[in-house]
Design a protein around this ligand. Structure first.
Ligand SMILES: NC(=O)c1ccc[n+]([C@@H]2O[C@H](COP(=O)([O-])OP(=O)(O)OC[C@H]3O[C@@H](n4cnc5c(N)ncnc54)[C@H](O)[C@@H]3O)[C@@H](O)[C@H]2O)c1
Length: 458
């Protein structure tokens, strides 16, 4: 879009136009594709968009996840990547090859934010840059998709929430599982009482490959000629260029948030969404650096325990989360919720509900509800209820990542608001960040998830 309107008014125009069209036409072929995901009915066919009816996106941080986000986002009809910001030349060159020679590229994110033709930005930088770029983007009238964890330090969350509220921004954190069919089904089952009274939950994340343990390749041309090293460092201690710190930033406390900020945060997002929780009030973590002794500052095994208080949405329960980056057997991830009547394992495209054996057989089983025993009958065995019921996404399901980007773009166009906004995102990030505080300071942490305050600062 090349006119002179601001990001705000451009979005307003898109919203008005979209709402008008939605009221009059819903393309039947999209309805078919929507399957059992009714919100997808809001989509217009790509060919129904005019030249201006396009959400124009910039990607800030064009590494592994930034590219995955951009690739997914442009599969939502009417979305175009028009600019890319990164601190490494190689990634800017790759972006031109992928998104077209005409895209705007820069190493300075402020040059992205000052452009009037950009409606929304994806922030997929290392964690230590999330807060500042997101806030500046919202203050510049942009909608923001900020990768998880929303912030790098427990002290940073409130400022992001304030910026979102002050600017009335569309801000979504990138824990894509949140928007999945699996999470939606689990929430529905949980709310219908399928597992009875929740008392315990657990999550596990195992990895067994070097890439999975953050040993990413370092490009041969990495140097201060190709990398804006000073910018990367932000306000953290100045030092000579270290390609490991730049390309394997997750291993260092100044830029990353350890395994809990990388992985626990997904499990918190899903759990909080399913049971409508604001978060735990007590956090204890232990673990160790057992294998990847490559100079990293954070553990490769982390065990976290969390006490969730009674609220009007859920009973008090305990959560146990584990990450093992040294699992020589298989990669594995799960989130399991346990109640007195059953349990469920939640995946993004599948939910497995298991009922306790002692749970009464269903009321519509005719063998259960006989008034008087038949004196001529023998001890005939019954048909049992299934041990486990598996709910699977329909074939062709585009997946959690598409759903999450779709939800964000729909909100940008004036549709249903996002669920994983700054408040939700902070509440999911906080216990993950406090795990690190607990691990490094060797003490339990107390958190008030309603007031958003660390209760025992010392
Ligand atoms: N949602 C998910 O499943 C998921 C998966 C992986 C990563 N992530 C998140 O995505 C983010 C990026 O992770 P990654 O694996 O893509 O890292 P990466 O190292 O592959 O990419 C980060 C990119 O950001 C660039 N960068 C650094 N500082 C910048 C700045 N100030 N301005 C512009 N660009 C900057 C770097 O040059 C690099 O290309 C992290 O916050 C991570 O937690 C999310």
């Amino acid at each position: 879009m090349s006119d002179a309107s601001s990001g705000h008014s451009r979005r307003k125009f898109i919203n008005t136009l979209t709402q008008g069209v939605l009221a009059t036409s819903i393309a039947p072929d999209i309805l078919m594709a929507a399957g059992n995901h009714p919100d997808l009915q809001l989509l217009k066919r790509p060919d129904q968009y005019g030249a201006n009816d396009q959400v124009q996106i910039a990607l800030i941080g064009a590494g592994g996840m930034g590219n995955a986000d951009a690739d997914t986002c442009i599969t939502v009809p009417g979305v175009k990547i028009i600019a890319v910001c990164d601190l490494y030349d190689g990634r800017l060159e790759a972006a031109k090859k992928k998104f077209g020679n005409d895209i705007f590229i820069t190493k300075e994110f402020k040059e992205i934010l000052s452009r009037k033709d950009i409606d929304a930005v994806i922030v997929a930088t290392p964690d230590h840059w999330h807060k500042d770029i997101s806030i500046e983007a919202m203050n510049s009238g942009k909608a923001v998709y900020c990768e998880k964890p929303m912030v790098h330090d427990i002290t940073e969350g409130s400022a992001v929430i304030e910026a979102q509220n002050k600017n009335k921004s569309i801000f979504q954190v990138g824990s894509q599982g949140m928007s999945s069919l699996g999470n939606e089904k689990a929430k529905q089952l949980y709310e219908s009482g399928a597992i009875g009274q929740l008392n315990y939950a657990e999550g596990f994340w195992a990895r067994n490959s070097p890439g999975g343990a953050w040993q990413y390749d370092i490009p041969a041309d990495a140097s201060t000629k190709t990398v804006d090293w000073k910018k990367f460092l932000k306000n953290y201690p100045d030092m000579a260029f270290d390609p490991k710190r730049f390309f394997r930033w997750r291993c260092y406390k100044d830029y990353g948030t350890g395994v809990s900020g990388d992985l626990f945060v997904h499990l918190f997002s899903s759990l909080h969404y399913i049971v409508s929780s604001t978060g735990p009030e007590k956090i204890v973590a232990t673990g160790g650096l057992r294998y990847w002794k490559d100079g990293r500052e954070v553990p490769d095994i982390l065990l976290g325990m969390f006490d969730y208080p009674l609220t009007d949405k859920h009973p008090a329960f305990n959560l146990s989360l584990r990450v093992n980056f040294v699992d020589g057997t298989a990669e594995n991830t799960y989130l399991r919720l346990v109640g007195n009547e059953g349990s469920m394992i939640v995946e993004w495209d599948k939910v497995t509900l298991t009922k306790n054996k002692s749970y009464p057989a269903s009321a519509n089983d005719p063998s259960v509800a006989k008034d008087k025993p038949d004196p001529f009958s023998y001890d005939r065995k019954k048909m049992l209820d299934p041990d486990a019921i598996v709910f699977k996404a329909e074939q062709g399901y585009k997946g959690a990542h598409f759903d999450h980007h779709y939800n964000w773009i729909r909100a940008v166009r004036g549709g249903k608001p996002v669920v994983e906004d700054a408040l939700f995102g902070y509440r999911a990030a906080a216990p993950a960040l406090l795990c690190n505080d607990s691990y490094f300071h060797e003490r339990s942490m107390r958190w008030d998830p309603v007031k958003l305050e660390v209760v025992n600062k010392k």
